[in-house]
Design a protein around this ligand. Structure first.
Ligand code: NAP
Length: 291
């Protein structure tokens, strides 16, 4: 009897996960099928309830349900609860456990592909949505010296800063967290002593309404810093293109996508994820124009 893992989101048109996850499952010869479970909002509860059936090992969760699934689960791991978002569900004998592997994927790509250690560094985060929350907690746990958070909707960046400061106050960590207004990103002084800028917005994403746009202009990007755009399609994004012209180092979102998927794979199967196979399949799909 085959077993199943699914991707739950709406819509799911452009996701790479089904193909690169299936390549990893096939590598181990596992009789597990990774399927795209496109789920309209009124179907979310029933889709999550069906996950408890024994043939279902679990699921990935993507936009727009990473926050909405939390109350539908039996257990949510501490990091996912702090972040307030779940991207991985594991079915353990009919009990659904929620995890967030975005934080791990972000950090692993930053250190490995970006060759960047967060410890002691000054970082700016653009955006305050689901993935920005994962990035914020990952950087605080990684002992960044300071975080500047700028989001179009100020209340959302204030809420993220509040959650991070609360977490910092209850731990041994010392990251300084500040909020910037979105219009202040137009000033060339904002990033002058930053080591890293992370784009966690949808600005520049292929197929989105902001395709072809950049959240920053070239004259505010200092040379030699690292600019990390979590968007993986296109590569380079308009922001990364400008950053390269400005003399900065750049990192795209594909390595993070693969590392977060690899961590999910390990939670479902207990096997070590074949990273190279997953990465090559994802890259092949992107370069081949399949997405
Ligand atoms: P989300 O929760 O919907 O957040 C979207 C963010 O974009 C918010 O900060 C939003 O600001 C901002 N935004 C949207 N339109 C804007 C505009 N016109 N001007 C300024 N800001 C705007 O989405 P998410 O899940 O955090 O994902 C964000 C991006 O990260 C997406 O492009 C996604 O593909 C990427 N991502 C990549 C990975 C990976 O593995 N590489 C993983 C997760 C996400 P407001 O709060 O003002 O609306």
């Amino acid at each position: 009897m085959p077993e199943f893992v699914g991707l739950i989101g709406y819509p799911l048109r452009h996701s790479l996960s089904p193909r690169f996850q299936q390549a990893a499952l096939d590598y181990y010869g596992l009789d597990i099928c990774y399927q795209a479970w496109e789920t309209a909002p009124e179907e979310l509860e029933i889709t999550i309830a069906r996950l408890k059936e024994p043939q279902n090992l679990g699921a990935n969760v993507t936009v727009p349900y990473k926050e909405a699934v939390l109350p539908l689960l039996d257990q949510v791991d501490r990091l996912a609860s702090l972040i307030g978002a779940v991207n991985t569900i594991v079915n353990r004998n009919g009990s659904l456990w929620g995890y967030n592997t975005d934080a791990h994927g972000f950090m692993k790509a930053l250190t490995k592909q970006g060759d960047f250690e967060a410890d002691g560094k000054k970082v700016a985060i653009l955006g305050a949505g689901g993935v920005a929350r994962a990035v914020g907690f990952a950087l605080v746990k990684g002992k960044a010296a300071s975080l500047l958070i700028a989001n179009r909707t100020l209340e959302r960046s204030q809420a993220l800063a509040g959650s991070l400061r609360h977490y910092i106050s209850q731990s041994e960590l010392e990251t300084e967290v500040r909020v910037l207004t979105w219009p202040s990103l137009a000033s060339s002084k904002v990033f002058y002593d930053c080591n890293l800028v992370v784009n966690c917005t949808t600005i520049g994403m292929k197929y989105g309404s902001l395709e072809g746009q950049s959240p920053l202009s070239i004259d505010v990007i200092p040379e030699r810093i690292l600019v990390y755009d979590l968007i993986y399609n296109p590569y380079p994004t308009p922001l990364l293109h400008l950053a390269r012209e400005a003399g900065a180092n750049i990192l795209g979102g594909l390595p993070m996508l693969v590392y977060q998927g690899a961590a999910s794979f390990e939670l479902w199967t207990g096997e070590k994820a074949p990273i190279d196979i997953m990465y090559n399949k994802a890259e092949e799909m992107l370069l081949g124009g399949e997405r």
